[in-house]
Design a protein. Structure first.
Length: 202
């Protein structure tokens, strides 16, 4: 699974739930909101644990990733305030509208800016591997892993470590090729950086 597609699918699902929230009335609004909260909590968790760290260090995506973390904080604050509401009164609905607008803004920035820049930082193997890790973390969090799921995950994780070392090797190659200089100092700095990100992946 491609990481971008996985995250976009989450975004569409939340957008649909916000549409349902608008048309729902009374107690039903709170039920739909509960679904929105579950989806957004999970989505923010996998992005913060897996997707953002993969992009945080690259200069192309550094600033926008930090901004995304901040936007998540605001969304979480609104989610927790709304979840304390007992009735969907006018104030609650106004807050829910602000939540929707914040999420829409965040999604737009992510899909139109972050994903575009991320394509320059990640190769297609990285994108696939990240997608797999996002999916696994989602399943783990949802507690949907059956014994069959565990076996699947074990084989996936075996593949993952193979592909990680493969991509780490490639990254090292890319680094040594792009550095092109004989300065061993800068080379070793870059190498240790790629080692660090490799270690993070595991
Ligand atoms: Fe997102």
């Amino acid at each position: 699974m491609d990481a971008f597609n996985l995250l976009k699918t989450d975004h569409r699902k939340v957008a649909e739930l916000f549409e349902q929230l608008e048309s729902a009335s009374g107690k039903k609004k709170l039920d739909v909101f509960a679904q929105i909260k579950t989806e957004l909590d999970l989505h923010a968790h996998i992005e913060e644990k897996i997707f953002y760290p993969a992009l945080e260090e690259a200069s192309e995506t550094h600033d926008i990733v930090l901004e995304a973390y901040e936007e998540h904080k605001q969304v979480k604050t609104l989610l927790s305030q709304l979840s304390r509401g007992r009735t969907a009164n006018d104030e609650w609905q106004a807050k829910a509208k602000v939540l929707q607008e914040n999420v829409e803004h965040h999604v737009e920035e992510e899909e139109n800016e972050l994903f575009k820049k991320a394509r320059a930082v990640l190769n297609s193997e990285d994108v696939e591997e990240l997608g797999m890790r996002l999916e696994e973390e989602k399943e783990r969090k949802q507690g949907t892993k059956s014994s069959k799921g565990t076996t699947k995950a074990a084989s996936k994780s075996a593949n993952k470590s193979a592909s990680t070392s493969k991509s780490a090797g490639k990254a090292a190659k890319r680094v040594s090729r792009s550095s092109g200089s004989k300065s061993s100092g800068s080379k070793s700095t870059k190498k240790s950086r790629s080692k660090k990100s490799g270690a993070k992946k595991r």
